[in-house]
Design a protein around this ligand. Structure first.
Ligand code: 5GP
Ligand code: ZN
Length: 139
């Protein structure tokens, strides 16, 4: 995509601190890191969200995330990491080219789990849980 910033990074038109590359996947440091070592893992082709990814590219993407997560943690001596996608505009995705964030985490960093995005654990009636589980299974 001509006006996509991440496509331009893959093409080398915008410089990046590249940390990994294979046939399908490209990874580089986030320019505004949430923690030292914050890395973005992207498909080389332009796909906006997870559901747009062809299955083989999704497999390659997760294989790269699997390899890179320990590499990122080791590079900054992290105690763990938050590995996440902002998937779609409603979820806060700003760059419409699917990307996985690997953000190193440290004991006592105070940033909380993904649950903190929603203010804590949710509650739902059993029949609602059953119904949504069924819809997901049917899909
Ligand atoms: P999103 O909010 O879409 O999930 O995250 C986009 C991420 O891309 C942000 O964390 C932002 O700092 C990063 N980003 C945006 N533009 C650039 C860029 O030109 N270079 C790099 N390395 N990261 C970028
Ligand atoms: Zn793109």
């Amino acid at each position: 995509m001509d006006d996509c910033i991440f496509c331009k990074i893959v093409a080398g038109e915008i410089p990046s601190r590249t940390v990994y590359e294979d046939d399908d996947v490209f990874a580089f440091l986030d320019v505004n890191p949430l923690a030292e070592g914050h890395t973005l893992v992207i498909p080389k082709g332009h796909h906006e969200t997870i559901e747009d990814l062809p299955a083989d590219v999704a497999t390659s993407l997760f294989a790269a995330v699997h390899e890179l997560t320990p590499a990122v943690e080791d590079a900054v001596d992290a105690d763990g990491s938050t590995v996440a996608f902002n998937n779609g505009e409603a979820a806060g995705q700003e760059v419409p080219h699917v990307h996985c964030h690997i953000v190193p985490r440290f004991e006592g960093d105070g940033n909380g789990p993904i649950h903190a995005l929603f203010g804590g654990p949710g509650e739902m009636e059993d029949d609602q849980l059953d119904a949504v589980a069924e819809r997901i299974k049917q899909y």
